[in-house]
Design a protein. Structure first.
Length: 187
């Protein structure tokens, strides 16, 4: 789950997106099924040094990223849903959850071949993560209901493009049915 943090979900968040209650609820449902199936759950967030020196050009292009700096006021960088013991947490500095992190090696070591991607924003970090998942040899699947963006046109345009080139885009019920189908556990 990519950057499902308060800066995007809270109405007064620095990057507040519409319809996030539905995204959070769908994410909680999907994550519950993943855990019960025994599959790893990965949470990413963004964190920068208080000086923002490690934000590079990204920080200059998007000054609002300062909400993710150590010591920044508020709780914009806090995850909305709590990771549980056994979940993996990755802190990143750039859009892709793979860039400059241990995510690819962690997943390869765990024998993962398919990555289910959700979070925010679809046109930014979700897209970058799905594309890099493909580049690292994983089969990315983006679940429509667990993604959010600034408006429905941008959301749908990016989901169509991801589905055409980089990932399989599916509905949550399809994703859950596949998870249950390949799980060795009973539901």
């Amino acid at each position: 789950m990519v950057d499902l943090v308060r800066a995007y979900t809270d109405e007064d968040g620095a990057f507040a997106l519409p319809g996030m209650d539905a995204v959070v609820n769908a994410t909680a449902r999907l994550v519950d099924v993943m855990r019960r199936a025994g599959f790893p759950v990965v949470w990413t967030d963004v964190r920068f040094d208080e000086s923002m020196v490690d934000a590079g050009l990204f920080g200059k292009k998007v000054p609002g990223l300062a909400t993710f700096a150590n010591g920044a006021p508020g709780h914009g960088g806090d995850l909305v849903l709590e990771p549980e013991p056994g979940d993996i947490r990755i802190t990143k500095n750039y859009a892709s959850s793979f860039f400059g992190t241990t995510l690819a090696s962690t997943l390869h070591t765990a024998g993962v071949d398919t990555v289910i991607v959700g979070g925010v924003s679809t046109s930014g970090c979700v897209r970058a993560t799905a594309t890099d998942a493909l580049n690292h040899g994983f089969r990315p699947q983006v679940v429509r209901e667990v993604c959010g963006d600034r408006n429905s046109e941008l959301q749908e345009s990016n989901l169509r493009d991801l589905d055409a080139k980089y990932a399989d885009v599916c509905d949550i019920d399809d994703a859950i049915a596949r998870i249950k189908n390949i799980s060795e556990r009973n539901f």
